[in-house]
Ligand binder design. Sequence first.
Ligand SMILES: Cc1cc2nc3c(=O)[nH]c(=O)nc-3n(C[C@H](O)[C@H](O)[C@H](O)COP(=O)(O)OP(=O)(O)OC[C@H]3O[C@@H](n4cnc5c(N)ncnc54)[C@H](O)[C@@H]3O)c2cc1C
Length: 284
Amino acid sequence: MSRSQVTKYLRPSTPEEALTLLRNGGKSARYVGGGADVARTLPGDVTTLIDLCTLNLSSIEESAESIVIGATATLNEVLENRSVANVCNGVVAEMMRKVGSPLLRNMATIGGTLVSAHSWSDVIPLLLVLDAEITLYDGDSRTMGLGDLYASRERFANSILTSVMIPVSGPGDYAAFHKFSRTAYDIALLNCACYVHVEEGRCTEARIAAGGTPRLATRLPQVEAALPGEALSDETIERVAQVARDTVKTADDRRASGEYRKQLIYAGVKSCLHEIAQRLEGGQ
Ligand SMILES: Cc1cc2nc3c(=O)[nH]c(=O)nc-3n(C[C@H](O)[C@H](O)[C@H](O)COP(=O)(O)OP(=O)(O)OC[C@H]3O[C@@H](n4cnc5c(N)ncnc54)[C@H](O)[C@@H]3O)c2cc1C
């Protein structure tokens, strides 16, 4: 973005107003959350920025079923929130600590992160396995699963992402996240997240996702299918990790080869499931 490019910076106070401003601005207008991406990658024809941080959408509230995170909550606000800390042994905070640097997390919003949908995003695979939903506003509000949204062609169009819902977790819910990157501040060469529900020592449900394959994170149904009915023994974990290595489609890009990524998905699934098995053993 060149400094002289943006000639209007608008601060709407309601989603309705923001939507009208975007519609009036057409191709020259763009929403901005934290601005981490907008500041780097604004198309040359955009001259108007519409700040969503003035919409009062940054609260984080817990209900009986879910934790509702307003779209303009920053990644650090999510990381530090007490309700979020209770989701599957603090896995969300554990993942957030691996997103860029504290400076970036003070700036980037959860809404901007999900809309920019980088293929190497650390946030997306974990929210997919936690079964997160999002609410979009385009004149009407509608709520849908995050996975359904990314699978749909329409994606965000002109909608405002207003909130993200993460189900509260209960006894038997476990999740883990693993990121492979060159340095602690670097983006992922590959990342993966696993969720399992365990009853009487056996998995009754599993959700596993990988990102940076190098495509956008998706759930891995063939890998998930290898877990229900099984105890998280070393043998099971080895077998599931092998299914991941053998079935997940990986490809080369300038960061890593597809072959290397196959080793990473194997190691990532293994590491997540071992972490969960250790928690189970420790009665956590
Ligand atoms: C140096 C650096 C390091 C990074 N490292 C990592 C990392 O390690 N792991 C990782 O996962 N990510 C990483 N990222 C990505 C970063 O997390 C995202 O760029 C950031 O989260 C985007 O959020 P934002 O609020 O700044 O979005 P913005 O830049 O404000 O917006 C991004 C896009 O979303 C749109 N938008 C924003 N909010 C909304 C909304 N509520 N509704 C509809 N549209 C909206 C904007 O119009 C724009 O198109 C890194 C980014 C940088 C710059």
